[in-house]
Design a protein around this ligand. Sequence first.
Ligand code: CU
Length: 159
Amino acid sequence: MPRPTHALALLLLACAPGSDEHDHDAHDTDAHDTDHHEHTGTEDTAADAVDTYVDGLQKQGGHVKVAITLDPAPSVGTHDVTLVVLHHGAAAEGFDVTLDATMPAHGHGTSPVTVTESSTPGTYTATGLDLTMPGLWQLDVGVWMGDHGGDVVFRFEVP
Ligand SMILES: [Cu+2]
């Protein structure tokens, strides 16, 4: 509700002679402030959310739960990854599962890996996940079948 009221106020200002340019400036500033707040919020969350790695660590996103295991445990080098996925509590079979690893503080990722569904229901694997340097790595796991699924984010400190 505040937004329409504000927009109406700007519209009234814009109706005053010669105020068109001012209206555009005000609008742009407002949009920028909103973006800035969202960006800051994301960074705060990122700083707080570091997971303590254990084999099979489970987290939820959307309608899915993902339990992740890296072999070996997070370290510099390549890893086999096992993802055990539940959708509404049941083994998630036939989903499109993706795994994307990045270093949020450095703005880079690593070589893409292909996630393959295994013969064990709800279990997906990837090989050769290359954590190229020490620091905080974010692993984004997407589990989707059309509109059904969720995104689960893991953040591990690589020693
Ligand atoms: Cu890096």
